[in-house]
Design a protein around this ligand. Sequence first.
Ligand code: CNA
Length: 478
Amino acid sequence: MTDFKSEKIYIFGDVSNQSRHFVTGVVTDPENVSDHSDIESSGSTELPQAVSKNKDKKPERELTKSELFLREYMARALGLRPPPKQVLSTVNLEGVAKLISEGKVKKVITMAGAGISTSAGIPDFRSKGTGVYYNLDQFNLPDPQALFSISYFKENPVPYYTVRKELLLGNYKPTPCHYFIRMLAEKGVLLRHFTQNIDGLERVAGIDPDLLMEAHGSNQVGHCMECSKKYTNLWIRDCLKRDEIPKCTLECCTGTIRPDTVFFGEPLPKRFSELVDQDFEQCDLLIVLGTSLKVQPFASLIIKVPEETPRLYINLEKNASEAKHPLTILVFGGGFKFDDEDNYRDVFLESACDDGCTRLAELIGWKDELTNLVASEHARLDKEFLEEAQKEATELPTQMSHQLSIKADTKVPPNQIPMKTNPRESPKQKPCHTEKKAEISKATITSVSASGSSNQKPGNDKKKQQTKLSTKHMKTKK
Ligand code: CNA
């Protein structure tokens, strides 16, 4: 365990790709970036394009957004511009609530991180003691981020799936904070919810998918890393329940199934940069919830709203979001200015997200509605989870009796289970070579032998290695 819990800023995304327009960089210490070697891979590619309108005239060029920002910043620093208008009547939670209750904001953006789901039972990354990064000793990783790096996953998916098993198998209920975001949507004031979370709880909470931007993807689907065949979360869950690393079911393929989430070192979805460009310049209130703001390019979104736009940050800790070093300010735009004398728009509420959102709802006059929404939705989900569990319990004996009947059938070896035994998804196995093989493959799926790992098919001596998750690795939380 080294400096991963410190002030490092981590980047999701291939800076040469979709996220090019962001000022992206890894800053070992955001307050000490004078050494340029500390800024790796600046992805800002908005270099001025010379636009020559008239050959005889000096070429004119349009200023890029970054240049405009710098020009405005410098002009303001030199006192050449009037200070931005203060929108909040008071720079505190009451002031924010007043804006909402008086209908003065119509384009609210919410930005969230793992902290909005911890009260649902899903650990975040960086909370001391409970965060995922504090519970990885058993894996002997080169560094904690390796767990979520695509290169390491390709090499060894066991630590990832062992840690993620709990998240993927759990039935989690959205938190009051999730439902507060839904209420903003239902009141017609939510422009977009940008989340770094992959737990899908925003969808479960009933937030319209059009209003959602899951910046780091979602674990609702996955695909084979070799042949790209799609697999549902439910199918992946079934593998994990059997303590197996999900492997492609196609006879000709031995690929590992990966969830469609963004790993470190991968580009963010194209829709992300499109929506950032489209939404942030219109935003009239920014609410940032439960994130350490350490992962780029997400973290620097807070500087993309207009200068007048109030910004509310609800989190258990303030984090290093207040930049002080001039170079940090130039690179990342300054961050929040909670404690500055001339702060006219940044409000920090040191609080759990649920409490903070409930307090905000109370000040707006929505508290009863929020409480009722949470209660009714939780009751509905409890019922659904119970029905699901009952269904699974009744399916189990069916699966076992089916296996017994197969054992009696000499055409299929006893250690192989028919496809039908996976009730939630029947990935259609396509023939790789011949019809005959296809017939056989239809009747079989990979099974784990007593020794640990083989998939034998009649007439096919190819063995598909199936990695079994070690039960000693299952529990990562203490
Ligand atoms: P992080 O770096 O672990 O930071 C979480 C922040 O939330 C910390 O500053 C905590 O102090 C704060 N926090 C924790 N609990 C609460 C609470 N109840 N109320 C208020 N604040 C709280 O996580 P980030 O989201 O900032 O980092 C981005 C990573 C984490 C993304 O790539 C995510 O995919 C990833 N992640 C997601 C999940 C999930 O989907 N639920 C879980 C764990 C990690």
